[in-house]
Design a protein around this ligand. Structure first.
Ligand SMILES: [Cu+2]
Length: 123
């Protein structure tokens, strides 16, 4: 979430260069030697989704999403996700796949019970 600490750990026996390729937040690119002290970074503004790469190992890539609220999830192996504690109301839910892009779905969360939104990606 915005303003939350992100802890970055290198427990490998090799050097990595951690490059947060933000567009909204300030980007950074810092070396992290083997077993170096943990780095802590914060992202001040919402930004979904940007890559974090390693310039030493071009195959290394992760993604970070910075949210202004606590209602987000990463899907499981089956593609399902759950957002708990969402207050009743009408919402737009955004799904993001790093390769296939964004999809939006609308749903109404009732005062009690659950709501469902489904997304599908071709390919
Ligand atoms: Cu690396």
């Amino acid at each position: 979430m915005e303003g939350q600490d992100l802890e970055i750990v290198n427990s490998d026996p090799v050097n990595h260069n951690v490059h947060a390729e933000c567009q909204v937040n300030a980007a950074w690119n810092e070396s992290q030697p083997p077993r170096a002290e943990h780095k802590f970074k914060k992202f001040a503004a919402a930004e979904v989704l940007f890559p974090v790469t390693c310039s030493v190992h071009p195959w290394m890539r992760a993604y970070i999403g910075v949210s202004p609220h606590p209602f987000f999830a990463v899907t499981g192996d089956d593609g399902a996700f759950v957002l708990k504690g969402v207050p009743p109301g009408m919402y737009t839910v955004e799904a993001i796949h790093e390769k296939y892009g964004k999809k939006e779905g609308k749903l109404t969360v009732p005062a009690s019970g659950a709501a469902t939104v489904d997304f599908s990606y071709g390919g």
